[in-house]
Write a protein that binds this ligand. Structure first.
Ligand SMILES: [Zn+2]
Length: 108
């Protein structure tokens, strides 16, 4: 489940046969279609001669207007709201452990 999905920044990194690292490309996806396109590009890379890695940084739009990178299990916006690694808004810390009955999809 994704919260207010804003964009995903993807960086391809690689290592050549001399184990030198290099940046293979930086991409931004704003839709799932674009994300699939990037993954296709990554799949098309030659994985045999070089060691490739994909670094993904997901950003969600907070209600306060800030973009919050969701790379960790819990990601805190400057305004204090917490987002999960999947971009979902977590309940206020004071309510953790309680069932609030609210759903993050409400208010769209
Ligand atoms: Zn915020």
């Amino acid at each position: 489940m994704i919260g207010r999905f804003e964009r995903v920044v993807v960086i391809f990194g690689g290592r050549d046969e001399n184990f030198r690292t290099f940046e293979g490309g930086k991409f931004e996806a704003r839709t799932y279609e674009e994300m699939e396109e990037i993954e296709r590009k990554f799949d098309a890379l030659d994985h045999r001669s070089t060691y490739w890695q994909m670094f993904k940084d997901k950003y969600v739009k907070c209600s306060c207007g800030e973009e919050v990178p969701c790379g960790r299990f819990t990601n805190t916006c400057e305004c204090g709201r917490d987002y999960g690694f999947d971009g979902s808004l977590l309940a206020d810390r004071s309510q953790w452990g309680e069932e609030t009955g609210e759903h993050w999809t409400e208010g769209y």
